[in-house]
Design a protein around this ligand. Structure first.
Ligand code: NAD
Length: 455
């Protein structure tokens, strides 16, 4: 049977999803069932990615709940019309904007944070008053099944339709034989281009949350110990399978050894000397990714780690040096626990390396110097950035999250999620008790007045 979203369209047009009470109620029901399903979600996330309960809470369920609570708290205010000033020629009108539901939207998610990346945009879509098709990743099957159970228990198919299956099979007919009002896609840049083409055919607006190589630059006066801890944490959490994980580090030549020493201390304090035996260290998602990642291990010199076990989908936290800027590991998004350390002697040299993969999703600079901070923030256009931190910008509801150029377009989180899943409609309201003739043709002799009013 061909996938059809007609039943969702009909339900949307009934107006049922649009009231504040309806939206709030769905968000609260979602919260309740997710809380009741926590254990099942943790088991699923362990099966797919060997995430501990604590990790699964912090990066998946807790992250989602934090966004959900924030949305529940602010939804009423966000739904209010926003009055703006009115220009002279339209006086005595009033002007305001309203956030209008989009209609039927499609949310497509990847496997690395399979719950958070499907359910967090869902918050915005429900808050926006839309009907939704949800497409989880087929590569995190246990979590996809657990999420499906939640959605089926809560929502009818004509409101939120949960559509599992292989992306390359399920999505082309879904996106070509239906017209969505918005497609929200998170995943690789390569598949993002395919989705963008489908959307373009029918002029469907998109949010593309893509990947890329997010660099970290350490300057000569940086606090190396803090930098090492703050970079090693997101690089090896979830085995580096994180869209904003630091991909590689650029460090002044004279600080390389100190940085490596501190990175090793950090890694061992997180996972012990034998990460394979650590219950806190995750696994690679599947054999295909394991093969891709282990192929990078010959792209330079391994100064720490390098052990792997195909059966267990294990790759040790690994630090590499001597990596050539043209090596495969420096062309692909690594998306795994392998960290190249590159040295530089001038800012221009480091910048030239970064510019080979322009518009990263995130950029990190570690420095105590304001001028250096300014230099790096202005010279590396990126989706988001941190100074003396890495990846934590994603946790602030008041910071929009998204890429630019090759790392994506549009964004979400906090109010931006609501804005993303609504249309800002401009309304001008004019009274009828006054209707001056200078506004109507013929304009001969009225130009001076119009110029004054419009100019
Ligand atoms: P992916 O592009 O392979 O898959 C994402 C989704 O697209 C899945 O639901 C999949 O079923 C579907 N898909 C795959 N091939 C398809 C095809 N040919 N046609 C239509 N749909 C298809 O991505 P992934 O491997 O699951 O995730 C890893 C990538 O996602 C990395 O590049 C990472 O940086 C990026 N990512 C970005 C963010 C972000 O917020 N910007 C977050 C997480 C991951």
């Amino acid at each position: 049977m061909q996938p059809s979203i007609q039943q969702l369209r009909t339900y949307f047009l009934s107006g049922a999803t649009q009231s504040y009470d309806f939206r709030l109620n769905q968000l609260k029901r979602l919260k309740k069932v997710v809380l009741e399903s926590e254990k099942e979600l943790y088991q699923a996330l362990y099966a797919d990615l060997k995430k501990t309960d604590e990790d699964a809470w912090a990066t998946e369920v807790g992250f989602f709940l934090s966004e959900l609570n924030y949305t529940i708290e602010h939804l009423k205010a966000w739904m209010q019309p926003n009055t703006v000033s009115t220009n002279l020629v339209n006086q005595p009108s009033t002007s305001f904007t309203v956030q209008e539901p989009l209609g039927v939207v499609c949310i497509i998610a990847p496997w690395n944070y399979p719950f958070q990346l499907l359910f967090t945009p869902l918050i915005g879509a429900i808050a926006g008053g839309n009907c939704v098709v949800l497409k989880p990743s087929e590569f995190a099957p246990a979590t996809a099944a657990a999420m499906g159970k939640i959605i089926h228990a809560l929502f009818p198919d004509n409101y939120i339709l949960y559509m599992e299956g292989e992306g390359a099979t399920v999505l082309p007919p879904l996106l070509t034989e239906n017209r969505f009002d918005h497609i929200f896609y998170t995943g690789s840049t390569m598949v993002g281009k395919i989705i963008y083409k489908y959307a373009a055919e029918q002029l469907v607006p998109v949010t593309l949350e893509l990947g890329g190589k997010s660099p970290a630059v350490i300057t000569s006066d940086a606090n190396i110990r803090v930098a090492a801890r703050r970079l090693a944490n997101p690089k090896f959490s979830n085995c580096g399978q994180m869209c904003i994980a630091p991909d590689y580090i650029l460090v002044p030549t004279e600080l390389k050894e100190e940085l490596i020493k501190e990175l090793i201390i950090a890694i061992q304090s997180f996972y012990g000397a034998d990460a394979e035996a650590s219950e806190h260290y995750g696994k690679i998602i599947n054999d295909k990714q394991w093969l891709r990642l282990t192929s990078y291990l010959s792209d330079g010199e391994i100064v720490y780690g390098g052990k792997s076990n195909r059966e267990k989908l294990f790759i040790e936290p690994t630090i590499m040096t001597g990596v050539h800027a043209d090596a495969k590991i420096m062309q692909d998004e690594i998306f795994g626990p392998i960290l190249p350390i590159l040295t530089y002697q001038s800012n221009e040299e480091a910048l030239a390396i970064i510019q080979k993969n322009p518009n990263p999703l995130a950029f990190y600079v570690f420095t105590e110097n304001k001028e250096d901070e300014q230099y790096w923030l202005t010279n590396v256009p990126s989706g988001g950035a941190c100074v003396n931190n890495a990846t934590m910008h994603i946790t602030n509801h008041d910071l929009p999250f998204g890429g630019r150029g090759f790392s994506g377009m549009g964004g979400y989180h906090g109010k931006l999620s609501f804005d993303t899943f609504t249309h800002t409609k401009s309304v001008l309201k004019t009274p009828t008790w006054i209707d001056p003739s200078f506004k109507y043709p013929p304009y001969k002799g009225k130009a001076w007045l119009l110029k004054r009013l419009i100019g």
